[in-house]
Design a protein around this ligand. Structure first.
Ligand SMILES: [Zn+2]
Length: 261
């Protein structure tokens, strides 16, 4: 990750393809079943959501992300290592007013029993419910505010999870190439394969919040709005963002500093 001028947003640069640039933006979202993939002129960057989540969670608004591969490193399946690296190098405050995407009216999208909405708020708040018929998960609900600085401790360490059969399928599709117990919670029918315990009792819903933050980071600036998500996935996250952005009365870009707790 390299410094970038104000209002750059997040731009991926494929170092292995003559520095071809793909801005993180909803118009370049290509494929979103298990991971969020960006594509521009046939050039792809897969699995960008954890890295984007770390950037937004740490309050980074502008950066060039150089990468020499088609997929962002999965690391341990969370955004904890990205956050540690960002905190280690530090963030420079630019001499320009911060631009926020302020939600002005409620927008909702749904798909069968999956529902997601965003409504006006003076901060970026997420209320998330997941419900998996699995003895280790069940129904989990959590709410966080990004302004409260909870991201690095409460959300970033939460790992991605998958069912053993699905991980096999991901590999067949060329994703999760380094997939192993080191970078995901691997769920079996009634337990998990990982020898170490969960990092939180509700690590699963925390990771879902991590994904929501990463997918909404595709708007390229901090969001002022309250997201409510129920049984959502990458497809619904990006659908909410594109539905919101298509409705020109539902949002504005503002430089007004919101209330900070
Ligand atoms: Zn994820």
């Amino acid at each position: 990750m390299k410094p970038a001028p104000a209002y750059t947003g997040y731009v991926f640069r494929r170092a292995d393809l003559n520095d071809f640039e793909i801005p993180a933006s909803p118009e370049h979202v290509a494929h979103v079943s298990y991971a969020t993939t960006l594509m521009k002129s046939g050039v792809m960057i897969a699995t960008v959501e954890h890295l984007l989540s770390a950037l937004m969670g740490c309050g980074v608004d502008n950066t060039i992300i150089e990468i020499d591969s088609v997929e962002a490193p999965i690391l341990d399946g969370s955004s904890g290592q990205w956050v540690a690296l960002i905190e280690q190098v530090g963030i420079v405050e630019l001499q320009a007013p911060r631009a926020y995407l302020r939600v002005l009216k409620r927008v909702e999208v749904s798909e069968r029993d999956r529902v997601m909405s965003i409504e006006p708020a003076d901060e970026f708040r997420i209320t998330c419910l997941i419900d998996f018929k699995h003895p280790m998960i069940g129904a989990q609900r959590r709410e966080i505010s990004l302004c409260a600085g909870d991201y690095s401790k409460e959300i970033a360490p939460a790992r991605t999870f998958g069912f053993v059969e699905e991980i096999e399928m991901l590999r067949q599709n060329g994703l999760a190439r380094g997939g192993s117990l080191e970078n995901a919670i691997a769920l079996t029918r009634d337990g998990m394969l990982n020898p170490e315990p969960l990092r939180f009792d509700d690590e699963f819903v925390r990771h879902k919040i991590l994904d929501i933050i990463g997918d909404l980071a595709l708007c390229g600036m901090p969001v002022l709005g309250h997201v409510r998500a129920s049984r959502s996935g990458h497809g619904l996250h990006t659908m909410l963002l594109s539905t919101l952005l298509r409705d020109r009365e539902a949002w504005e870009v503002t430089n007004v500093q919101p209330y900070q707790p």
